[in-house]
Design a protein around this ligand. Sequence first.
Ligand SMILES: [Mn+2]
Length: 279
Amino acid sequence: MASVDDIVDLLARVRERSRGMLINLEGKYTAVGDLHGDLATLELVLKEWEGPYLFLGDYVDRGDKGLEVVTTVFQLYLEGKAAVLRGNHESPIMNIEGGFLDELCEKLGRKCGYVYKEFEKTFATLPLAAVVNRKIVALHGGIPLREDMTPATLAELEKIEGDLTAPQNPLAFQTLWNDPCPCDKYSPSPRGPGIWLFGRDVTREFHKLHNTAVVIRGHTYVPQGCAVHHGGGVVTVFSSSAGPYQKTKPKVALVKNGVEVYDAATKNSAKCPEDVDVF
Ligand SMILES: [Mn+2]
């Protein structure tokens, strides 16, 4: 187990390397969805699948190895082996109830509050989205909607600044929290206020605006570990079998100019259900 000083130093180095809210990537990536403290699956992916990796957020809470998972992911980032996006669980609004703060207190003792604050500051600097080879958009939750309910642009995400701890900015918040729905337009999300389900028209308009093809994202738990939405315009990949997800077979995706989903353990091509209605 890393010491408090090692963890605090790692987090400071991650913050120093921050490259803003939107990052551009080139090449071929192994994308990994929600891990939620599933160290065994992370280790399996690192052994069986080639880097560089693209992590889609939700490293902590629910499973009991969130500290090990998030520090491993950050270490890979500092070594230039991974791009690391923010999930809705990289936030104090989740970690107090979700398990990560308790986990830190169990593992680190009385300095857990101090270490958590360092995590909180670091989470606020993680990018919200990545564009791979100008074709594929990676983010944790979904396409954010403006006040007039049209899709926000990546340029708007890039410009977001201010206090992003929660995050407070509505476009940043929705990028971490929204989900696709098998519908045409949009509807309020059962996840809570300020969160939306976005439909086919939103996805089509978003890709038209950016000349992109696929949004790859995590966030939605599906027992199969993956799902395809909106005629292939959105792909969900889920990579945790920790905590409440023990029956899931974790998936990863190869991302280049398209998105291909595979079972993380067997390496077989995955059959992902289409237009699932999870809410
Ligand atoms: Mn999530």
